[in-house]
Write a protein that binds this ligand. Structure first.
Ligand SMILES: Nc1nc2c(c(=O)[nH]1)N[C@H]1C(S)=C(S)[C@@H](COP(=O)(O)OP(=O)(O)OC[C@H]3O[C@@H](n4cnc5c(=O)[nH]c(N)nc54)[C@H](O)[C@@H]3O)O[C@H]1N2
Ligand SMILES: Nc1nc2c(c(=O)[nH]1)N[C@H]1C(S)=C(S)[C@@H](COP(=O)(O)OP(=O)(O)OC[C@H]3O[C@@H](n4cnc5c(=O)[nH]c(N)nc54)[C@H](O)[C@@H]3O)O[C@H]1N2
Ligand code: SF4
Ligand SMILES: [Mo]
Length: 778
């Protein structure tokens, strides 16, 4: 922040050694050469009438720019690199293959309907599907009350659609029960950000990574999950920055780190408290910064005094010297930065874990300066934007609280309803499933989520959904969840509509429409507006498309912390992206927060929070002595409904596996039964020294019977309500037969996939990039 002397930037060398130059284009502040849809100069189509449409990848929170290639018939058929300043031409395996979804033979092209789960689906017309849905909404709400119908949204939707999900729930369905899949993803970080800073977004742009002297990455497999972001990490390394990685596994990025802290899952807050303990002891805190800009320091200081390195070393299963080493590297760096992701957030103490990292940055004065700061790496393409405008059960547009009378009045005014008509806060996604089990929620619409693969404790999830009297899903491919529904609405992919997403830097980017949807397919926006019209509130949903919704969203966010008012489609196209808050159309956006020394709390201070470590929810005993942790692999995305259908990605990674340390005596590829208190799966072993001997790891992109989520625990963080995906108690056993990998569900009348999908290396597990295999060495 400003009153601390800001060292002059070391000159950033231009040229081959620095892959990305932060001086060229801090987001949203400079002209953006690549705007306006023009391909690189000198490019000429090699086919008549072929065009390139500038847009962004649909998958992760990096939001790489790309061009979609469109042929003379107006169909997307390929991808071209785009020199957007986020990614400078680069794309990862998912980004390169993303276009194949658009004209994929598995696309849903007609609504599917059945009145009971005993019947097969029939393809029906839109009229029948919409009429039946509205009848069921009315019946369930008449018989059991408005709150007996729920809505679950998603953060792969454009922000316009996420805004509509929140409005559709409150104004058309009039229910309190609306939530979304970001609840499974970033809510712990969101909770911590709001408590500490009064604003929920990363504090610094990616380009600041290039300017830091010490980069700490906690609980993120950047190399596989945000592959293009690694360019920023290597850029920082080229300048000599130190790298610290905190992860029970030696991921690709961890392998190159100065310090890799391979702690036990579920112990991060004990670790970070001890790091701060040493920083205090060594006099490395920034007392001037703390006095001027923070509250709660005396209490926090007293708490971390209870975490000497020896105590935390025992909890975390790492050497005490490593804690001291991390403290000295971070505490003595001129500018230090911390980024984290789900590894520290998917815990019953997810909020505390994030707070313990914020405490570290604030106590060392590392906030609000180039190269000094803090960020959570948001996961889904619109993981950031998806949490801003009201699809979360307790939020209204602009991050307003649904519990705040003034906020309620403001939004009721914009929506043209009485404040008293606005429902109160609902519950979280997993709690809604428990309510389905208890038949408190009897009808549900799901838009952009696949809980049968992605929610924890599959047996509970299946039971909850099976108890629904009516269930509709919107998707473009038939997911495991949609395949269990009564109605499936076929909707557009990201390439068939326009709209915005906000990436992990809170930079709002514009996605453009590259082709017309296949016949029979509608946008999520159209379906929500049409259902609203039939529910009698069409006047409140009179939107021709994304642009009209965006204009209402801008107005609804004006004057809030999450201010989009100054962001227009035209400006996004000109600039390549604008970071909010952006209060007026002349405002350049806010790539870096807190530069003026103020947070977004009324007192302008960082509110430091005392953090206490507690053990994970699932206890260890003789039957379940080890730790299961779950996460991702580079080739697949989330529930896999999008990527398990793309040939190259399936070939790269056809099936899940279990990563085990060589000390357990398994051979590579051998069948291992992974057993928890909730279920069991038999998976091939990937034998590797890159995981703690007391841990196993399973990637989660596949359904039952090879679902990681048949094993995981549905315990929730009491504040953020995020499930504890990253740690539960487990045992492993030698088994005979691998469990089969089910083929993706198909709509009626289409040729199904063969029972199991093979790659050239099947049945051996693929060598994960982080998998430091040892089997070859005997
Ligand atoms: N290829 C690919 N990329 C993706 C996605 C995808 O599905 N596939 N999904 C996107 C989304 S929505 C998200 S949320 C992000 C997720 O991105 P990440 O959070 O980076 O990915 P994960 O694999 O969930 O977990 C990250 C790391 O946490 C470690 N970990 C486990 N337990 C602990 C712990 O207790 N403490 C610490 N410090 N680390 C721990 C794991 O070993 C793992 O390496 O990725 C995004 N990008
Ligand atoms: N064990 C374990 N489980 C986890 C995690 C973990 O680390 N471990 N990670 C969690 C995390 S971080 C996340 S984010 C969740 C994700 O969980 P989900 O959101 O359930 O997973 P997705 O695969 O993103 O599901 C999105 C569905 O919507 C569809 N879709 C995509 N775009 C659109 C669109 O524009 N409109 C509509 N209508 N549909 C669309 C896709 O085809 C897909 O079927 O999983 C969580 N589950
Ligand atoms: S890094 Fe993320 S945004 Fe970029 S191409 Fe890969 S999945 Fe898409
Ligand atoms: Mo996520």
């Amino acid at each position: 922040m400003t009153d601390r002397p800001v060292p002059l930037d070391p000159p950033v060398l231009l040229g081959a050694a620095v892959p990305l130059d932060p001086a060229v284009a801090p987001p949203g502040t400079r002209d953006f050469r690549d705007a306006g849809g023009l391909p690189a100069s000198g490019w000429r189509a090699d086919q008549a009438e072929q065009t390139l449409v500038p847009t962004h990848c649909c998958f992760c929170g990096v939001q790489c720019g790309m061009y979609l290639r469109v042929n003379a018939a107006g169909k997307v058929f390929g991808v071209e690199p785009r020199n957007h300043d986020i990614n400078r031409m680069r794309l990862c395996p998912k980004g390169i293959n993303a276009y194949q979804q658009v004209n994929h033979p598995d696309r849903l092209t007609a609504p599917l309907l059945r009145r009971s789960r005993e019947e097969p689906f029939r393809e029906v017309g839109w009229e029948e599907a919409l009429t039946y849905t509205v009848e069921e909404v009315r019946r369930i709400q008449r018989e059991h009350g408005v709150d007996a119908f729920g809505l679950l949204g998603g953060a792969s939707l454009f922000s316009e659609k996420t805004y509509l999900v929140g409005k559709f729930a409150r104004v058309a369905l009039k229910t309190r029960h609306v939530d979304y899949n970001g609840r499974l993803c970033m809510v712990s970080a969101a909770g911590a950000n709001k408590l500490a800073f009064g604003i929920d977004r990363a504090a610094n742009p990616f380009s600041d990574i290039l300017r830091t002297d010490c980069l700490l990455i906690a609980g993120s497999n950047v190399g596989e999950c945000f592959p293009v972001m690694t360019q920023y990490v290597w850029g920082a390394r080229d300048r000599g920055a130190k790298l610290i990685v905190v992860d029970p596994r030696e991921t690709a990025v961890a392998r190159t780190a100065d310090v890799h802290v391979a702690l036990k899952s579920g112990t991060d807050s004990a670790f970070f408290n001890a790091v701060l303990h040493v920083i205090v002891q060594d006099g490395l805190t920034d007392e001037a910064f703390l006095a001027a800009h923070a509250t709660g320091w005396p209490e926090l200081k007293a708490k971390v005094a209870e975490y000497p390195p020896e105590r935390s070393a025992a909890i975390c299963g790492v050497p005490a010297e490593q804690i001291v080493q991390v403290a000295r590297l971070f505490g003595t760096a001129g500018r230090a930065m911390a980024w984290h992701a789900r590894g520290i957030e998917h815990h019953t103490q997810g909020v505390e874990n994030c707070l313990s990292v914020i405490n570290l940055c604030a106590a060392t004065g590392n906030l609000g300066r180039p190269g000094a700061g803090y960020g959570t790496i948001t996961g889904q393409g619109n993981g950031q934007g998806g949490r801003e405008h009201g699809q979360k059960s307790d939020l209204l547009p602009g991050g307003r609280s649904i519990n705040d009378p003034e906020h309620r009045r403001q939004i009721a005014g914009i929506w043209g309803i009485e404040e008293t008509e606005l429902p109160q806060a609902g519950t979280s996604m997993m709690e809604m499933v428990w309510q389905m089990q208890r038949r408190e929620i009897r009808g549900l619409i799901g838009i952009c989520n696949n809980p049968f693969v992605s929610l924890p404790n599959y047996a509970v999830v299946k039971d909850g959904y099976d108890k629904l009297e009516f269930h509709a899903q919107f998707d473009f491919f038939l997911s495991e969840t949609s395949a269990n529904a009564h109605v499936v609405f076929p909707v557009t992919t990201w390439a068939e509509d326009e709209g915005v997403m906000a990436n992990a830097e809170a930079r709002v980017v514009k996605h453009n429409k590259a082709q017309e949807p296949p016949s029979g397919v509608r946008t999520d926006t159209w379906v929500m507006c049409e259902l609203a019209r039939r529910l009698g509130v069409g006047d409140k949903f009179d939107f021709a498309g994304s642009r009209e919704v965006f204009d209402e969203l801008r107005r609804a966010s004006a004057g809030t912390v999450i201010d989009y008012y100054g962001i227009t489609y035209e400006r996004l196209e000109e600039t390549g992206g604008i970071a909010w808050p952006c209060p007026d159309t002349a405002h350049p956006g806010t790539p870096r927060l807190f530069e003026d020394g103020r947070t977004y709390h009324p007192d302008g201070k960082v509110h430091l929070q005392v953090v206490e470590w507690h053990p994970p929810a699932d206890p260890y005993d003789d039957e379940y002595p080890m730790t299961l942790t779950t996460g991702r692999t580079v080739a697949h995305f989330l529930s896999g409904n999008q990527t398990r259908r793309l040939g190259a990605l399936v070939e790269q990674t056809p099936r899940p596996w279990v990563e085990v340390h060589p000390s357990h005596g398994f051979r590579n590829g051998e069948a291992v039964r992974v057993v928890t208190r909730r279920g069991a799966s038999v998976l091939p072993a990937l034998v590797t020294e890159a995981i703690r001997a007391d841990h196993v790891f399973v990637p989660y992109h596949w359904p039952h019977p090879v679902a990681a989520n048949a094993l995981t625990n549905d315990a929730l963080d009491p504040r953020s309500k995020i499930p504890e995906y990253k740690v539960c108690a487990v045992r492993i056993e030698r088994a005979e037969q691998l469990d089969p990998v089910p083929a993706p569900p198909m709509p009626p009348g289409r040729e199904a996939y063969p029972e199991a999908q093979h790659s050239r290396s099947d049945p051996l597990p693929p060598t994960a990039p982080q998998g430091r295999g040892t089997a070859e060495r005997g």
